[in-house]
Design a protein around this ligand. Sequence first.
Ligand SMILES: Cc1cc2nc3c(=O)[nH]c(=O)nc-3n(C[C@H](O)[C@H](O)[C@H](O)COP(=O)(O)OP(=O)(O)OC[C@H]3O[C@@H](n4cnc5c(N)ncnc54)[C@H](O)[C@@H]3O)c2cc1C
Length: 369
Amino acid sequence: MTTQTKNSILIIGGGLLGLTIAYEFARNDFKVSVLSKNRSDSAGFVAAGMLATHAEGLENELLKFGQQSQSLIPEWINNIEKDSGINCGLKKCGIVVPFRNIEDLEKFPTFQYGRYLNQKDLQIEINGINSIWKHGLLFEQDGQIDNRRRLMRALERACSLRGVKFQEGSEVQDLKIEKNKITGVKVLCATGELKKINCEKAILCGGAWSKKIFNRIPVFPVKGQMLSIQGPTNVLKRIIFGPKTYLVPRDDGLIVVGATVEKDSKFSKGNTPNGINQLQEGIRSLLPEAINWPQMEHWWGFRPCTPDLKPILGKSNIENLFLATGHYRNGVLFSAITSDLIVKLVQNKTLEEIEKNFLEKFSLDRFEI
Ligand SMILES: Cc1cc2nc3c(=O)[nH]c(=O)nc-3n(C[C@H](O)[C@H](O)[C@H](O)COP(=O)(O)OP(=O)(O)OC[C@H]3O[C@@H](n4cnc5c(N)ncnc54)[C@H](O)[C@@H]3O)c2cc1C
């Protein structure tokens, strides 16, 4: 009798994309190892969890990418929930984008996908919305996942139960490249020990830190500060997505409020008085009564941004090193399609035209011409 050895894969970075991709490989019977510097740094524990393809006003291939990912999300979440036993809080709750004037509404890139709301309809959808908002678009197809309290933990659990090995506290310091192939990585372990870990194939999922790991990747951090308030249960049924602030209601009345967009922040840690003030101003401008609801937590994190705000996916110039980074504001939304594409690519599966097109548009090569 012959025993078949499993293909093995090394995931660099145990954040949202690292876990999602690790899980997909494990489901496809790969032997998977994840090296993670610090799980709590991950933007996956920071994000608001909105699935806001239309409310974000995505355009062109990003819009298609978001729509395609949204179509995969129910089955993706169903698998994670079945494996982990944890409900991930997926809800197609709809997102309302309010406008002060009709001209802005008509210019909104995804205008045609939304349902028009006049001021009376807006009040019905968002009870207590500030009267400065005269019009709105309701995107019923958009929604949310509770990434912070549920999805990340569900992914960790589902991965472990499928045999994924985690090395937490392992900082990848260098990639070992020989004859244009990655043979392993140099790792600083939590114990202070430096060691080399060999690999057959690797996926780089270093989030905002990706450039520190592989210098050719033009990813930089964009800091986002967030806070949460506790409202009465069911006080908001839709997400409100204002120009600078959004309010994301969870089932238990917790409302996640986001987020600052700080392009020059580098990796500066912590919440700031300015950041918190901006969020409070945002709450006041959207839902005035909510400013009196108790504040629960505040936190921050780093979005992995690229010069053209699009992700970097697929092959690198190193034969057996693949990339999944730069998901900027939409990593939760794009997780399902990213993991699906990367696993298919590594397995050399036949791709549909639209999938080939995504890989072409989001390839690292676009920055190197
Ligand atoms: C404030 C904010 C709000 C957001 N809201 C939303 C939203 O509503 N909807 C949405 O879809 N997306 C949202 N996002 C975006 C989403 O969170 C990110 O796009 C996504 O988390 C990126 O996943 P990632 O795995 O690439 O990075 P991360 O989740 O940040 O993970 C990267 C991991 O790599 C590890 N790492 C770094 N360097 C090394 C190294 N040298 N060696 C080993 N490991 C390393 C880090 O420790 C980290 O755990 C938001 C992000 C922020 C910051």
